[in-house]
Design a protein around this ligand. Structure first.
Ligand SMILES: NC(=O)c1ccc[n+]([C@@H]2O[C@H](COP(=O)([O-])OP(=O)(O)OC[C@H]3O[C@@H](n4cnc5c(N)ncnc54)[C@H](O)[C@@H]3O)[C@@H](O)[C@H]2O)c1
Length: 304
């Protein structure tokens, strides 16, 4: 029997792909999410809010080797509207998970942090030595969670993901721009581009992110903060063109005012990922979008 991994936020987008990879690699999977169990969930499922002390049950009933902590409210704009919720679901939940992980002898915790902790980059590409700064409650709760994990005494790897995209991402709310454009173009709706469209992002496929999450359990690396990114910049205009081609969309985008507070350019240096985990993200943006289209055609919209 393989080692046992607790995946928090296991009904979410990145978890869906991470769990498929864990399953392929022979890990025993325990999932926790406050949402209902997704269809075909691969493992033992607990429908519990992880801010609750009730999570002790998961640790008592299972011998957990590793935790991949993905549960969070991932929206920057929602965090501005409701910082209390972010504080609970992102920070307090992390404290709760760390507390019981330490108590029950978890070997390593893998944490999903974010490029948002770099705020407005002072240089590009942004490496892990870049100063941390916060321009949203979301980033604050992620930064505070990173600190608590470091303090907790459990071995850890903190991953700072760039912009993750792929099949299964929720296109509502303040979802990633890829999910939004993909959904709108699939339904032949108009596309709105804020500002010039020249602003750039570092889009990484969830397939690469899932592979890295699992690799983190299999390697000896510990107590490191590592960017998970492609180190490639794509402008919003380019993104529009790639999705347009894949979906045979033929409307012109509508340009509108730049949103105040939007970061102009964000690219993360991934040298440390290569040096420590020997991993280079391999999914090219066009292939990642094609994969979304294929899965959407076969499996339909959102799962989970
Ligand atoms: N998607 C991205 O581009 C991106 C970028 C950087 C970091 N991240 C981080 O990666 C992680 C996963 O992101 P995602 O895009 O898969 O998000 P998601 O919203 O698809 O999944 C998060 C899951 O966590 C669950 N959850 C939240 N609070 C909970 C609680 N208190 N108790 C139980 N379950 C709870 C939700 O129900 C949801 O199923 C998050 O921590 C996010 O901050 C995501």
């Amino acid at each position: 029997m393989g080692e046992t991994v607790l995946v928090t936020g296991c009904a979410g987008f990145i978890a869906l792909h991470t769990i498929m990879q864990l399953n392929k690699d022979g890990f025993q999977i325990i999932g926790v999410d406050r949402k209902q169990k997704p269809a075909n969930f691969l493992g033992k499922y607990y429908q519990i809010d992880i801010t609750s002390p009730e999570i002790v049950r998961i640790f008592k009933e299972n011998s957990i080797d590793y935790v991949i902590h993905l549960a969070a409210l991932p929206s920057v704009s929602e965090s501005i509207k409701n910082p209390q919720a972010d504080c609970m679901d992102n920070y307090y939940a992390t404290v709760n998970i760390c507390y019981f992980s330490k108590l029950y002898g978890v070997k390593k915790i893998i944490f999903s942090s974010t490029a948002a902790v770099y705020a407005k980059p002072r240089y590009l590409p942004v490496d892990e030595e870049h100063p941390i700064d916060f321009i949203s409650p979301y980033a604050i709760t992620k930064g505070a969670s990173e600190n608590f994990i470091k303090y907790s005494g459990i071995d850890y790897i903190i991953f700072r993901y760039s912009n993750v995209y792929g099949y299964g991402q929720d296109s509502n709310g303040e979802a990633g721009v890829v999910a939004k454009f993909f959904d709108q173009m699939s339904h032949n709706k108009n596309i709105k581009i804020y500002g010039t469209g020249e602003q750039t992002r570092d889009f990484i496929s969830v397939v690469d992110v899932a592979a890295v999450n699992v690799l983190a359990l299999k390697c000896n690396v510990k107590n490191e903060i590592i960017n998970v990114s492609t180190n490639r910049k794509t402008s919003i205009k380019e993104l529009y063109w790639v999705i347009k081609q894949v979906l045979n969309y033929n409307k012109e985008p509508i340009y509108t005012f730049a949103r105040p507070g939007d970061i102009e350019h964000s690219i993360l240096d991934n040298t440390k990922l290569l040096n420590l985990l020997n991993y280079t993200p391999f999914v090219l943006l066009k292939d990642g979008i094609l994969d979304m289209k294929d899965k959407n055609d076969i499996l339909g919209g959102l799962v989970g």
